[in-house]
Ligand binder design. Structure first.
Ligand SMILES: Cc1cc2nc3c(=O)[nH]c(=O)nc-3n(C[C@H](O)[C@H](O)[C@H](O)COP(=O)(O)O)c2cc1C
Ligand code: SF4
Ligand code: SF4
Ligand code: SF4
Ligand code: FES
Length: 597
């Protein structure tokens, strides 16, 4: 039993910290000390609550009050009103956008209602820098159970039976992967946690590590026991400083508690973990490139087989798993394979964490059962499209995933369905687009990233993606032809078929899926030289509507390149050869006399 009557949980995730949640936490502590309440009320810094859009988040327990967008200066009112007088601070409560009513309990909020938190179970509940808080929520019980009650073979069977598939993108059976490593001969074996997370829209793995690092350490040790490895390595990009700091603290604490090191739980099992830092190359998330990078070699993929489970780090059998995959292990051991496989669909078990971003109202981190539809994710959990705009597409699977449209909204999300519809699960980033987005430009935007990140080892990816990008550029500039559109499709298919690793094999996906789903938009660019979304600058033409123009001269006075001519009180004229399409004239015209054609 906690000696404190009240707990105030303050989000210490990267998003909320960037909005001064650490200063808020300090202010809450100062206020409590000033009122002599520091022995009755405990302030705890936690990991991400998920609802980053409304951060910084503060939760008061035990009454489960959820405050949003809390500023450091709100600390005094929270202590004075909520803690001392027992009155909730209404202005800091979440307002339901539909009913305009305040919601105090997060479980009743649209954002959380359909979520099931397995991998994120402790994020937003515990102080990730305090091992005792993890232990208080069943932490290190799973490794205790495995070491004292189960053989490695039994444990692998449980993981296999649970149906857990790797959450790093490929969806390979985790139990099967562990079995292969366990059967690979070798005295020395390794467990590697892939925490590279190079997809720019993704922040799932970082949030797990920031909010619940011990869950990953414990699972890595279980994997070591199952596969016969005594060393674990976490490969994390150096640009995740908070996750690195919390992992370092967690590893040190677990070592001090004897939960990492020699003779864990008094058994003859030894396992320790160290960290390796990546320099931020997307391709280094690919497991063979990651291993080469850890070995001090150039971060380039190599052909598989051999798979890391047979010949990995230092050519020894190595299990590489993703952060989220590991975060699912302990609940499976403690609650059982049947419990886990009861969540999700026939083909995909458990939950999936997604990072919701783009033109969506509730940007944040969510965890939903496999089989949840895109409509539920975007409109119920995500709160719909920003500024009441129309939904156009959602990019799943990161920069090398594909765009899904209105017709896919009711498709249950699982590995197979997403691939069948021209996209993929990837690591779990979801970027939502609205009616104002041009799908030709979007395809180029994602391809720009893969062109930059290609390691250059094989020609189809190094040269092919560049050529693909040049064709898109031509189309966006209004210089493309129908044949160019055909070339995109042909070249994309060749790159997919012939590239050496997953980066090249999936890089054309945004182009190909947009061709499938938005062909009329491509045709408008190449046939009519028009961008229906009005985004492609080269295809825009600013024109004055003579009937509306009163000759006020505002546009001409504000045009930076003197492209507008006309006498006062006379109709004005835009010289499209001089115009640089900056948009200043439209903004200045109070008479709706300028249009973009
Ligand atoms: C270009 C590329 C980038 C990848 N980036 C990551 C990553 O950041 N994190 C990750 O876990 N897996 C990433 N993967 C997948 C890994 O190669 C590997 O399949 C995964 O780490 C295995 O773990 P899992 O079975 O738990 O999913 C990437 C693959 C490719 C082709
Ligand atoms: S497909 Fe691209 S990233 Fe992969 S090995 Fe070839 S060049 Fe490198
Ligand atoms: S600002 Fe509008 S109304 Fe005024 S001169 Fe320009 S186009 Fe005409
Ligand atoms: S868009 Fe910019 S450059 Fe073109 S006419 Fe208007 S103000 Fe001038
Ligand atoms: S970082 Fe605070 S809610 Fe996500």
């Amino acid at each position: 039993m906690s000696k404190y009557k009240t707990h105030i949980l303050v989000c210490g995730g990267t998003g909320c910290r960037s909005s001064a949640s650490d200063a808020l936490l300090e202010n809450l502590k100062i206020e409590l000390e000033e009122k002599g309440l520091e022995k009755e009320v405990q302030v705890i810094m936690t990991g991400c609550f998920g609802f980053c859009e409304k951060g910084p988040i503060v939760k008061v327990m035990p009454d489960n009050t959820f405050y949003v967008q809390v500023k450091p200066e709100d600390a005094r009112e929270i202590i004075k009103e909520h803690v001392i007088k027992g009155r909730k601070v209404e202005r800091l409560l979440y307002t339901n956008p539909e009913t305009e009513e305040h919601v105090t309990d997060s479980s009743k909020m649209g954002f959380y209602r359909k979520q099931i938190r397995v991998a994120l179970r402790n994020c937003g509940f515990i102080n990730p820098e305090n091992i005792e808080e993890y232990i208080a929520r069943d932490g290190y019980q799973a490794i205790g159970k495995v070491l004292t009650e189960l053989t490695p073979k039994d444990t692998i069977e449980i993981i296999k039976k649970s149906g857990l598939q790797g959450r790093g993108g490929g969806g390979f059976s985790t139990g099967l992967k562990w079995e292969i490593t366990s059967k690979s001969p070798g005295e020395e074996k390794y467990v590697v946690c892939n925490a590279d997370e190079g997809d720019p829209g993704a922040f799932m793995d970082r949030s797990v590590l920031e909010g619940d690092p011990h869950s990953v350490l414990e699972a890595m040790a279980i994997c070591g026991y199952c596969t016969g490895a005594s060393k674990g390595l976490i490969y994390i990009r150096a640009e995740y400083p908070l996750a690195i700091e919390r992992l370092q603290i967690a590893i040190k604490q677990a070592q001090e508690y004897g939960l990492l090191g020699n003779n864990i739980f008094g058994t003859n099992f030894n396992f320790d973990i160290s960290m390796r830092y990546g320099a931020g190359a997307f391709v280094c998330g690919e497991e063979t490139a990651l291993i080469h990078s850890m070995e001090g070699n150039r971060g380039e993929p190599t052909v598989k087989p051999p798979f890391p489970s047979v010949s990995g780090y230092l050519k020894k059998p190595t299990t590489v798993n993703n952060v989220e995959t590991f975060a699912n292990i302990c609940p499976i051991i403690l609650k059982g394979a049947d419990w886990f496989s009861s969540i999700g669909t026939e083909k995909a078990k458990g939950t999936k964490v997604f990072a919701l971003a783009g033109k969506i109202n509730n940007v944040g981190l969510i965890e939903v059962p496999m089989g949840t539809t895109l409509r539920e994710v975007i409109f119920e959990i995500g709160g719909g499209i920003k500024d009441g705009k129309k939904f156009k597409a959602v990019q799943t699977g990161g920069p090398s995933g594909g765009c899904l449209t209105e017709k896919h909204l009711d498709t249950p999300i699982d590995y197979q369905n997403l691939i069948a519809n021209g996209s993929m699960m990837g690591s779990g980033a979801m970027i939502v687009m609205d009616e104002d987005d041009c799908m030709v430009s979007m395809a180029k935007f994602f391809l720009d990233f893969t062109v930059d990140e290609s390691c250059g080892k094989c020609a189809p990816c190094r040269i092919g993606t560049k050529r693909l990008n040049e064709i898109l550029d031509k189309i966006i500039k209004g210089e493309g032809s129908v044949e160019d559109v055909d070339r995109l499709r042909y070249l994309g298919a060749v790159i997919k078929d012939t590239s050496l690793c997953g980066l090249g094999q999936s890089a054309p996906n945004p182009v190909l899926s947009n061709l499938d789903n938005f062909m009329p938009e491509f045709m408008a660019h190449v046939k009519d030289h028009k961008c229906p979304a009005g985004r492609c600058k080269s295809l825009m033409k600013y024109e004055v509507i003579p009937e509306n123009c009163v000759g006020c001269t505002a546009c001409a006075r504000n045009c930076p390149v003197n492209a507008i001519s006309g006498e006062r009180k006379q109709t004005h004229f835009i010289d499209t050869k001089i115009c640089i399409k900056c948009g200043a004239c439209i903004e200045r015209c109070k008479f709706n006399a300028i249009v973009i054609n």
